[in-house]
Design a protein around this ligand. Structure first.
Ligand code: UT7
Length: 329
């Protein structure tokens, strides 16, 4: 076991590509293809006002490296200090090598392991938990953990039920070994029996894409399950750390729909002003949503040392999880 048996969040960073695309602009673009939607529908059903869409020449690893670079700088570290890179993504640059290997190369990191983690919108919480375990076992000292996506590339822009919901972006954290705990606990879950309610089923085989390469979703089934498991996983991780919901300073759930965030907060008895909300500005950025929200709230001064933060992921698989952290800087 390591003589530094805990991990702390030593730094964070994020990156959003290009100018935001407003609901009005998106509705105009979709209208040109005969698809009808409106700012009112999107805003009322989801809380989304705008999203960012990466230009064609930017890949997930570009967004991830930019966010990762900022997190490393924030932690006061350089490439030679990082000994683990985990990228949570469902939109990798290629089938292989992993996006994490591209990030390692782009940032000039030349030691330690690098791998991708695929748990869709729960990906960052899965990756952060994994990095914490590496550190607690003494297998890494400074882990760069990134959630990065270009979901715009797997959307069917003729399906108004899904294409208005998602956006591109990346968020990153440096998790560092420490004497005192920063990460207080985590819980991860999956229920594969629900694999069909949210999926991108297409695969590359025999020289072509086989099956539908676009995201498909049973929105209402996802909504119902999400609200349930966000509550149960929050209670589970808090019980593990012997804390109550009153002791949570900030709730940072996966940003899919403002109504899901509001239901979760209400069920947990956490007031809306203690919930970090970015779904209005970013849309649903899948694995990037939690670290993007974390970084935004940290940089605007809401998140402070000494506070307790509950981060939650939920999404395709069906997967979900929660990480409870005490901020030390
Ligand atoms: O990261 C995790 C993944 N995602 C989620 O967590 C999403 C969870 N689900 C949701 O957020 C919601 O279910 C949605 C926002 C996706 C949909 O909201 P809803 O209230 O469940 O709407 P609905 O799918 O029942 O559709 C209601 C109506 C339908 O019209 P009819 O059949 O009532 O005439 C849709 O065709 O809204 C229509 N509609 C739209 N209208 C304008 C669906 N999409 C649009 C649109 N613009 N973009």
């Amino acid at each position: 076991m390591s003589e530094l048996p805990y991990s702390i969040i030593a730094g964070s960073g994020s990156y959003l590509p290009g100018d935001p695309v407003s609901n009005e602009d998106l509705a105009k673009q979709l209208a040109q293809q005969g698809i009808e939607t409106s700012d009112t529908w999107i805003r009322e059903r989801t809380g989304i006002c705008q999203r960012h869409i990466a230009a064609a020449d930017l890949n997930t690893s570009d967004l991830a490296a930019l966010a990762g670079e900022r997190a490393m700088a924030d932690a006061g570290l350089t490439a030679k200090d990082i000994d683990l890179v985990i990228v949570a993504t469902s939109t990798p640059d290629m089938i292989f090598p992993s996006t994490a290997c591209f990030v390692q190369k782009k940032l000039g990191i030349a030691q330690g392991a690098a791998f991708d983690l695929q748990a869709v919108c729960s990906g960052f919480v899965y990756a952060l938990s994994t990095a914490d375990l590496f550190i607690r076992m003494g297998k890494a000292r400074n882990a760069l953990v990134i959630g990065a996506e270009v979901f715009s590339r797997i959307l069917d822009w003729k399906d108004r039920g899904t294409c208005v919901l998602f956006g591109d972006g990346a968020g990153a954290m440096v998790l560092q070994s420490a004497k005192e705990p920063g990460i207080l606990g985590h819980v991860l879950h999956a229920r594969g029996e629900y694999e069909n309610i949210l999926r991108t089923p297409g695969v590359v085989a025999h020289g072509q894409v086989q099956g539908n390469p676009f995201l498909t979703m049973d929105g209402q089934a996802v909504f119902k399950l999400a609200v349930e498991v966000l509550e149960s996983s929050a209670r589970e991780v808090l019980a593990q750390a012997q804390l109550s919901t009153d002791q949570v300073d900030w709730l940072i759930p996966h940003q899919a729909n403002i109504r899901i965030l509001q239901f979760t907060a209400k069920r947990l008895g956490i007031s809306p002003d203690r919930v970090v909300v970015t779904v209005d500005q970013h849309g649903n950025t899948s694995a990037a949503s939690v670290p993007l929200a974390f970084d935004l709230a940290r940089k605007d001064g809401r998140l402070k040392a000494g506070q307790t933060v509950l981060m939650q992921g939920v999404g395709g698989g069906f997967t979900w999880g929660a990480v409870l952290a005490r901020l030390t800087r």
